[in-house]
Design a protein around this ligand. Structure first.
Ligand code: PEP
Ligand code: MN
Length: 342
């Protein structure tokens, strides 16, 4: 349910309303828009329908949200969500988020070398996996905590926020000690225990679309995180499975304006995992910006042939630099905010 407050609703009335909602056994989230303040009330649908919300002072109207996702919906928040990822990096509202780095953390020297190159190219967030969700149990599984420590040190040295994947609810506390943003990978998009767990933290979450998930499924997964109390979720389109084996996945670019119409959450594109092909990544990066994406997530390696994971899809630093330069020009042309190098 969405409670629309009267324009003259006082702060005292609002806090009384929040107390009442909590007493009724529901959770809530306040959305302060330019024109109106709304309170999204979440809980069991049947009980919500019969709750006497309209009788509370300061309430103008009570509407039910028709979409299955509530807090993630445009109905609850009409303006785009804009938030900070740390070190002055903003996402949403026209800001370009440029996440780059190797698929996996392989060692300190190599990560530092790649990080310096992507930072010089204009990336504003460093990525690198310490826990890798590999299809084969015999493939490199990541450096674990040692990798997290390396990522943190390199991020700190270069003043870049860092993002890394968390695969298990039991790892959330450990990973949160070393990262600025959690990544939930495609394979875990519907790991609801994991979504609840990261939802209870204060760190932003990069939520990747599952390979067989609809846009609505993606938004329902985001809803789990929002409903657990964490409002900083970034959606990521990374391609879905198709019959065509000429690309690793099928990039669904329409998901960008589609999700934006349905939700206030920022959405970025990962053309690396979507195509699996360095020759297609530049064109798909430009297309993502043109489609309205809030940024792109690209794997970069200084020596792809030696990479321990996803080497064949990595861009070389100089290729990445060229892509960023053209994305910046395109973004400027489209009236978007071009990030200052960090
Ligand atoms: C990754 O970002 O390295 C990754 C494994 O991505 P995805 O979950 O989209 O496959
Ligand atoms: Mn990868």
């Amino acid at each position: 349910m969405i409670i629309v407050l009267k324009p003259d609703c006082t702060e005292t009335q609002l806090s009384h309303l929040c107390d009442k909602v909590r007493e009724m056994g529901f959770n809530y989230e306040v959305s302060r828009g330019v024109k109106r303040t709304l309170v999204g009330v979440i809980g069991e649908e049947d009980r919500l329908r019969n709750a006497p919300l309209r009788a509370i002072p300061g309430v103008e109207d009570v509407m039910s949200v028709l979409k299955p996702f509530k807090l993630a919906s445009r109905e609850f928040k009409s303006e785009d969500s804009v938030f900070d990822l740390g070190r002055g990096v903003k996402v949403g509202g026209g800001n370009l988020l440029l996440i780059a780095g190797p698929c996996a953390i392989e060692g300190e020297d190599i990560l530092l070398e790649i990080a310096k190159a992507v930072r010089a190219a204009g990336a504003n967030v460093l990525r690198g996996g310490a826990f890798k969700p590999r299809t084969s149990p015999y493939s490199f599984q990541g450096m674990g905590e040692e990798g997290l420590k390396i990522l943190r040190r390199v991020g700190d040295e270069l003043h870049m926020p860092v993002v890394t994947e968390v695969m298990d609810p039991r790892q959330v506390e450990l990973v949160s000690r070393y990262t600025d943003m959690f990544q939930i990978g495609a394979r875990n998009m519907q790991n609801f225990n994991l979504l609840n767990e990261v939802g209870q933290t204060k760190q932003p979450v990069l939520l990747k679309r599952g390979m067989s998930a609809s846009v609505e499924d993606l938004l329902m997964s985001a809803e789990y995180i929002l409903a657990s109390g964490n409002q900083r979720v970034i959606l990521c389109e990374r391609g879905i499975r198709s019959f065509d084996k000429s690309t690793r996945n099928l990039l669904d670019l329409a998901a960008v304006p589609n999700a934006k119409g349905l939700s206030h959450l920022p959405i970025i594109v990962d053309p690396s995992h979507a195509t699996g092909r360095p020759d297609l990544i530049p064109a798909m990066s430009y297309a993502s910006i043109a489609a309205g994406a809030d940024g792109v997530h690209i794997e970069v390696h200084s020596c792809p042939e030696k990479a321990m994971s996803d080497g064949p899809q990595a861009l070389l630093p100089e290729q990445y630099s060229d892509v960023v330069q053209k994305m910046r020009e395109l973004a400027k042309l489209l009236g978007r905010e071009v990030p200052q190098p960090v």
